[in-house]
Design a protein around this ligand. Structure first.
Ligand SMILES: C[S@@+](CC[C@H](N)C(=O)[O-])C[C@H]1O[C@@H](n2cnc3c(N)ncnc32)[C@H](O)[C@@H]1O
Length: 320
Protein backbone atom coordinates (compact mmCIF):
# COMPACT_ATOMS: atom_id res chain seq x y z
CA UNK A 1 0.00 0.00 0.00
CA UNK A 2 2.68 2.44 1.09
CA UNK A 3 4.83 1.55 -1.90
CA UNK A 4 1.93 2.11 -4.29
CA UNK A 5 1.29 5.51 -2.81
CA UNK A 6 4.93 6.55 -3.13
CA UNK A 7 4.92 5.68 -6.81
CA UNK A 8 1.62 7.48 -7.39
CA UNK A 9 3.10 10.61 -5.85
CA UNK A 10 6.41 10.07 -7.62
CA UNK A 11 8.47 10.89 -4.54
CA UNK A 12 10.57 7.79 -4.44
CA UNK A 13 10.06 4.81 -6.64
CA UNK A 14 10.44 1.62 -4.70
CA UNK A 15 10.50 -1.55 -6.74
CA UNK A 16 10.60 -4.90 -5.06
CA UNK A 17 14.18 -5.70 -4.06
CA UNK A 18 15.65 -2.43 -5.39
CA UNK A 19 17.09 0.60 -3.64
CA UNK A 20 14.66 3.55 -3.69
CA UNK A 21 15.16 6.21 -6.37
CA UNK A 22 14.18 9.54 -5.02
CA UNK A 23 12.66 12.03 -7.41
CA UNK A 24 11.40 14.73 -5.06
CA UNK A 25 14.53 14.85 -2.93
CA UNK A 26 17.44 12.51 -2.26
CA UNK A 27 17.81 12.36 1.52
CA UNK A 28 21.25 13.41 2.71
CA UNK A 29 23.17 11.29 5.25
CA UNK A 30 20.00 9.25 5.69
CA UNK A 31 21.42 6.48 7.84
CA UNK A 32 23.87 8.68 9.74
CA UNK A 33 21.16 11.19 10.72
CA UNK A 34 18.60 8.56 11.75
CA UNK A 35 21.22 6.40 13.52
CA UNK A 36 22.06 9.57 15.45
CA UNK A 37 18.56 9.58 16.93
CA UNK A 38 19.19 6.18 18.55
CA UNK A 39 15.53 5.31 17.91
CA UNK A 40 13.46 3.69 20.63
CA UNK A 41 10.86 1.58 18.79
CA UNK A 42 7.98 2.93 20.86
CA UNK A 43 9.29 6.50 21.03
CA UNK A 44 7.93 9.83 19.84
CA UNK A 45 9.96 11.61 17.17
CA UNK A 46 9.84 14.87 15.24
CA UNK A 47 11.04 15.40 11.68
CA UNK A 48 11.15 19.20 11.44
CA UNK A 49 11.75 19.21 7.68
CA UNK A 50 9.64 16.50 6.07
CA UNK A 51 10.27 17.46 2.38
CA UNK A 52 10.22 14.27 0.30
CA UNK A 53 9.93 12.25 3.51
CA UNK A 54 13.16 10.24 3.13
CA UNK A 55 14.25 10.68 6.75
CA UNK A 56 10.70 10.25 8.02
CA UNK A 57 10.28 6.94 6.22
CA UNK A 58 13.53 5.67 7.72
CA UNK A 59 12.36 6.72 11.21
CA UNK A 60 9.02 4.97 10.67
CA UNK A 61 10.85 1.78 9.66
CA UNK A 62 12.53 1.74 13.05
CA UNK A 63 9.38 2.43 15.09
CA UNK A 64 6.93 -0.23 16.24
CA UNK A 65 3.15 0.15 16.24
CA UNK A 66 3.29 2.30 19.41
CA UNK A 67 5.80 4.76 17.97
CA UNK A 68 4.78 8.20 16.70
CA UNK A 69 6.26 10.72 14.29
CA UNK A 70 5.37 14.40 13.93
CA UNK A 71 6.48 15.71 10.55
CA UNK A 72 6.68 19.47 10.03
CA UNK A 73 6.97 21.27 6.72
CA UNK A 74 6.07 24.87 6.08
CA UNK A 75 5.64 24.12 2.37
CA UNK A 76 2.21 22.48 1.97
CA UNK A 77 3.48 20.89 -1.25
CA UNK A 78 5.47 18.40 0.87
CA UNK A 79 2.22 16.91 2.12
CA UNK A 80 1.77 14.92 -1.08
CA UNK A 81 4.75 12.80 -0.07
CA UNK A 82 3.11 11.57 3.13
CA UNK A 83 3.21 7.81 3.52
CA UNK A 84 -0.04 6.04 4.25
CA UNK A 85 0.84 5.35 7.87
CA UNK A 86 -1.24 6.23 10.88
CA UNK A 87 1.83 6.70 13.11
CA UNK A 88 2.73 9.94 11.28
CA UNK A 89 1.09 13.31 11.90
CA UNK A 90 1.85 16.01 9.34
CA UNK A 91 2.12 19.54 10.73
CA UNK A 92 2.03 22.06 7.86
CA UNK A 93 3.83 24.80 9.77
CA UNK A 94 7.20 26.31 10.47
CA UNK A 95 9.28 24.29 12.92
CA UNK A 96 9.80 27.49 14.91
CA UNK A 97 6.46 26.55 16.52
CA UNK A 98 7.52 23.00 17.40
CA UNK A 99 6.81 23.18 21.11
CA UNK A 100 3.41 24.82 20.58
CA UNK A 101 2.26 22.13 18.14
CA UNK A 102 3.58 19.28 20.25
CA UNK A 103 1.57 20.62 23.19
CA UNK A 104 -1.47 20.85 20.95
CA UNK A 105 -1.00 17.18 20.06
CA UNK A 106 -0.45 16.27 23.72
CA UNK A 107 3.13 15.17 23.10
CA UNK A 108 5.03 17.73 25.14
CA UNK A 109 8.24 15.71 25.45
CA UNK A 110 9.77 13.65 22.67
CA UNK A 111 12.60 11.15 22.21
CA UNK A 112 14.21 12.76 19.24
CA UNK A 113 14.17 15.70 16.83
CA UNK A 114 15.63 15.65 13.34
CA UNK A 115 16.13 18.66 11.08
CA UNK A 116 17.55 18.57 7.57
CA UNK A 117 17.74 22.28 6.88
CA UNK A 118 17.27 24.30 3.73
CA UNK A 119 15.23 23.63 0.62
CA UNK A 120 14.41 20.34 -1.08
CA UNK A 121 15.64 19.48 -4.57
CA UNK A 122 12.04 19.71 -5.69
CA UNK A 123 11.74 23.31 -4.48
CA UNK A 124 15.15 24.13 -5.92
CA UNK A 125 14.40 22.63 -9.33
CA UNK A 126 11.06 24.40 -9.85
CA UNK A 127 11.83 27.58 -11.84
CA UNK A 128 8.72 29.39 -10.57
CA UNK A 129 9.87 29.07 -6.94
CA UNK A 130 12.85 31.28 -7.78
CA UNK A 131 15.49 29.45 -5.72
CA UNK A 132 17.91 28.50 -8.46
CA UNK A 133 20.22 30.71 -10.47
CA UNK A 134 19.98 28.21 -13.34
CA UNK A 135 16.55 29.31 -14.53
CA UNK A 136 14.61 32.48 -15.12
CA UNK A 137 11.59 32.89 -12.87
CA UNK A 138 10.09 35.21 -10.28
CA UNK A 139 12.37 36.35 -7.45
CA UNK A 140 10.25 34.54 -4.90
CA UNK A 141 12.31 32.09 -2.73
CA UNK A 142 9.60 31.55 -0.10
CA UNK A 143 9.35 28.08 1.36
CA UNK A 144 6.06 29.16 2.92
CA UNK A 145 4.15 30.80 0.11
CA UNK A 146 1.64 32.38 2.45
CA UNK A 147 4.30 34.68 3.90
CA UNK A 148 4.55 38.22 2.57
CA UNK A 149 8.32 38.63 2.20
CA UNK A 150 9.80 37.58 -1.15
CA UNK A 151 13.27 38.12 -2.64
CA UNK A 152 11.75 40.76 -4.95
CA UNK A 153 10.13 42.65 -2.06
CA UNK A 154 13.44 42.69 -0.18
CA UNK A 155 15.26 44.10 -3.20
CA UNK A 156 12.60 46.82 -3.50
CA UNK A 157 12.17 47.80 0.15
CA UNK A 158 15.41 47.24 2.07
CA UNK A 159 17.61 50.28 2.64
CA UNK A 160 21.09 50.27 1.13
CA UNK A 161 22.54 49.57 4.58
CA UNK A 162 20.19 46.63 5.15
CA UNK A 163 21.06 45.17 1.74
CA UNK A 164 24.76 45.63 2.43
CA UNK A 165 24.56 43.81 5.80
CA UNK A 166 22.39 41.05 4.37
CA UNK A 167 24.80 40.27 1.51
CA UNK A 168 27.82 40.58 3.80
CA UNK A 169 26.51 38.44 6.66
CA UNK A 170 24.37 35.85 4.91
CA UNK A 171 26.16 35.57 1.56
CA UNK A 172 29.71 36.53 2.56
CA UNK A 173 29.75 38.50 -0.71
CA UNK A 174 33.12 40.30 -0.90
CA UNK A 175 31.86 43.52 -2.53
CA UNK A 176 28.53 43.62 -0.68
CA UNK A 177 28.66 47.42 -0.31
CA UNK A 178 28.98 47.99 -4.07
CA UNK A 179 26.34 45.33 -4.66
CA UNK A 180 23.87 47.08 -2.35
CA UNK A 181 24.57 50.47 -3.95
CA UNK A 182 24.03 48.98 -7.43
CA UNK A 183 20.68 47.48 -6.45
CA UNK A 184 19.49 50.77 -4.98
CA UNK A 185 20.53 52.58 -8.18
CA UNK A 186 19.07 49.94 -10.51
CA UNK A 187 15.71 49.68 -8.78
CA UNK A 188 14.91 53.29 -9.70
CA UNK A 189 14.24 52.10 -13.27
CA UNK A 190 14.40 48.28 -13.16
CA UNK A 191 11.54 46.33 -11.52
CA UNK A 192 13.94 43.55 -10.34
CA UNK A 193 11.09 41.04 -10.30
CA UNK A 194 12.78 38.16 -12.11
CA UNK A 195 16.03 36.24 -11.85
CA UNK A 196 17.21 37.40 -15.27
CA UNK A 197 16.42 41.03 -14.46
CA UNK A 198 18.55 40.75 -11.32
CA UNK A 199 21.43 38.98 -13.07
CA UNK A 200 21.36 41.54 -15.88
CA UNK A 201 21.34 44.42 -13.39
CA UNK A 202 24.38 43.01 -11.59
CA UNK A 203 26.55 42.36 -14.67
CA UNK A 204 29.02 45.08 -13.72
CA UNK A 205 29.46 44.08 -10.06
CA UNK A 206 30.04 40.34 -10.45
CA UNK A 207 33.44 39.43 -8.96
CA UNK A 208 35.20 36.20 -9.86
CA UNK A 209 33.22 33.18 -11.05
CA UNK A 210 29.68 34.41 -11.89
CA UNK A 211 28.07 31.11 -10.81
CA UNK A 212 29.71 31.30 -7.40
CA UNK A 213 28.93 35.01 -7.09
CA UNK A 214 25.23 34.57 -7.88
CA UNK A 215 25.07 31.53 -5.59
CA UNK A 216 26.24 33.76 -2.72
CA UNK A 217 23.77 36.52 -3.64
CA UNK A 218 20.93 33.96 -3.79
CA UNK A 219 21.97 32.32 -0.52
CA UNK A 220 21.77 35.69 1.25
CA UNK A 221 18.35 36.46 -0.21
CA UNK A 222 17.00 32.99 0.63
CA UNK A 223 18.20 33.18 4.23
CA UNK A 224 16.56 36.60 4.59
CA UNK A 225 13.28 35.64 2.87
CA UNK A 226 12.83 32.61 5.12
CA UNK A 227 14.46 34.02 8.27
CA UNK A 228 16.52 30.85 8.23
CA UNK A 229 18.99 31.69 10.98
CA UNK A 230 16.35 33.10 13.29
CA UNK A 231 14.04 30.09 12.95
CA UNK A 232 16.97 27.73 13.51
CA UNK A 233 17.84 29.60 16.72
CA UNK A 234 14.22 29.37 17.83
CA UNK A 235 14.18 25.63 17.17
CA UNK A 236 17.45 25.07 19.04
CA UNK A 237 16.22 27.11 22.02
CA UNK A 238 13.16 24.85 22.32
CA UNK A 239 15.15 21.60 22.31
CA UNK A 240 15.95 21.58 26.05
CA UNK A 241 12.23 21.88 26.80
CA UNK A 242 10.98 19.51 24.13
CA UNK A 243 13.47 16.62 24.49
CA UNK A 244 13.19 14.03 27.23
CA UNK A 245 16.41 13.32 29.16
CA UNK A 246 18.36 10.96 26.89
CA UNK A 247 16.45 12.31 23.85
CA UNK A 248 18.51 13.07 20.77
CA UNK A 249 18.70 15.94 18.28
CA UNK A 250 20.15 15.24 14.84
CA UNK A 251 20.67 18.32 12.70
CA UNK A 252 22.00 18.60 9.16
CA UNK A 253 23.06 22.06 8.06
CA UNK A 254 24.30 23.24 4.70
CA UNK A 255 26.40 26.31 5.39
CA UNK A 256 28.76 27.49 8.07
CA UNK A 257 26.37 30.13 9.47
CA UNK A 258 23.88 27.40 10.43
CA UNK A 259 26.50 24.89 11.49
CA UNK A 260 28.10 27.40 13.87
CA UNK A 261 24.76 27.99 15.62
CA UNK A 262 24.17 24.25 16.02
CA UNK A 263 27.73 23.61 17.22
CA UNK A 264 27.71 26.37 19.82
CA UNK A 265 24.24 25.59 21.09
CA UNK A 266 24.96 21.88 21.50
CA UNK A 267 28.26 22.64 23.22
CA UNK A 268 27.32 25.46 25.56
CA UNK A 269 23.60 26.23 25.27
CA UNK A 270 24.21 29.61 23.62
CA UNK A 271 24.95 30.85 20.11
CA UNK A 272 28.12 32.86 20.54
CA UNK A 273 31.61 31.37 20.71
CA UNK A 274 32.61 30.94 24.34
CA UNK A 275 35.09 33.59 25.46
CA UNK A 276 37.34 33.34 28.47
CA UNK A 277 35.89 35.23 31.42
CA UNK A 278 38.28 35.60 34.38
CA UNK A 279 35.36 36.57 36.68
CA UNK A 280 33.29 33.53 35.86
CA UNK A 281 32.56 31.46 38.95
CA UNK A 282 32.63 28.15 37.16
CA UNK A 283 31.21 26.03 34.40
CA UNK A 284 27.73 26.68 33.10
CA UNK A 285 25.39 23.75 33.65
CA UNK A 286 25.53 21.53 30.58
CA UNK A 287 22.27 20.89 28.68
CA UNK A 288 23.53 18.39 26.12
CA UNK A 289 26.10 15.69 25.70
CA UNK A 290 27.64 16.27 22.28
CA UNK A 291 27.65 12.97 20.39
CA UNK A 292 29.46 14.19 17.26
CA UNK A 293 32.63 15.92 18.49
CA UNK A 294 33.31 16.81 14.86
CA UNK A 295 30.46 17.18 12.38
CA UNK A 296 29.76 14.12 10.25
CA UNK A 297 30.21 14.66 6.52
CA UNK A 298 28.67 12.65 3.68
CA UNK A 299 30.85 9.75 2.56
CA UNK A 300 32.85 10.23 -0.68
CA UNK A 301 30.39 7.82 -2.39
CA UNK A 302 27.39 9.88 -1.29
CA UNK A 303 29.07 13.10 -2.40
CA UNK A 304 29.74 11.53 -5.79
CA UNK A 305 26.21 10.20 -6.19
CA UNK A 306 24.52 13.31 -4.82
CA UNK A 307 26.70 16.42 -5.35
CA UNK A 308 24.14 18.51 -3.44
CA UNK A 309 25.13 16.65 -0.29
CA UNK A 310 28.68 18.02 -0.39
CA UNK A 311 28.24 20.93 1.97
CA UNK A 312 26.12 18.98 4.50
CA UNK A 313 27.31 18.70 8.09
CA UNK A 314 25.51 16.57 10.67
CA UNK A 315 25.68 17.23 14.41
CA UNK A 316 24.04 15.08 17.06
CA UNK A 317 23.50 15.84 20.75
CA UNK A 318 21.74 14.11 23.63
CA UNK A 319 19.68 15.94 26.24
CA UNK A 320 21.18 15.39 29.71
C1 LIG B 1 16.24 19.63 2.71
S1 LIG B 1 14.51 19.42 2.63
C2 LIG B 1 14.24 18.01 3.64
C3 LIG B 1 14.27 16.74 2.90
C4 LIG B 1 13.84 15.52 3.67
N1 LIG B 1 14.69 15.28 4.81
C5 LIG B 1 13.82 14.29 2.78
O1 LIG B 1 14.45 13.30 3.11
O2 LIG B 1 13.15 14.35 1.74
C6 LIG B 1 13.90 20.67 3.67
C7 LIG B 1 12.40 20.74 3.77
O3 LIG B 1 12.10 21.39 4.99
C8 LIG B 1 11.22 22.44 4.79
N2 LIG B 1 11.62 23.50 5.73
C9 LIG B 1 12.76 24.22 5.71
N3 LIG B 1 12.76 25.09 6.74
C10 LIG B 1 11.61 24.89 7.42
C11 LIG B 1 11.02 25.48 8.58
N4 LIG B 1 11.63 26.48 9.21
N5 LIG B 1 9.85 24.99 9.03
C12 LIG B 1 9.22 23.98 8.37
N6 LIG B 1 9.70 23.42 7.26
C13 LIG B 1 10.89 23.86 6.78
C14 LIG B 1 11.34 22.84 3.35
O4 LIG B 1 10.10 23.36 2.89
C15 LIG B 1 11.72 21.52 2.68
O5 LIG B 1 10.60 20.83 2.21
Amino acid sequence: MEQKKQIAHSTSKVDEGQAPQYEYHVPVMLMEAVDGLNIKPNGIYVDCTFGGGGHSREILKRLNADGKLFAFDQDPDAKRNLPDDERIVFVPHNFRYVSRFLKLHKAEKVDGVLADLGVSSHQFDEPERGFSTRFDGPLDMRMDQSSAKTAASILQTFTQEQLHKMFEQYGEVTNSKTLAATIVEQRKHNPLQTINQLKQALQTVVKGNPNKYFAQVFQALRIEVNDELLVLKELLEQLPEVLKPGGRASIISFHSLEDRLVKNFFKQGSFEEETYNPFSTGEREKIFKVITKKPTEPSPEEQKQNPRSRSARLRVAEKL
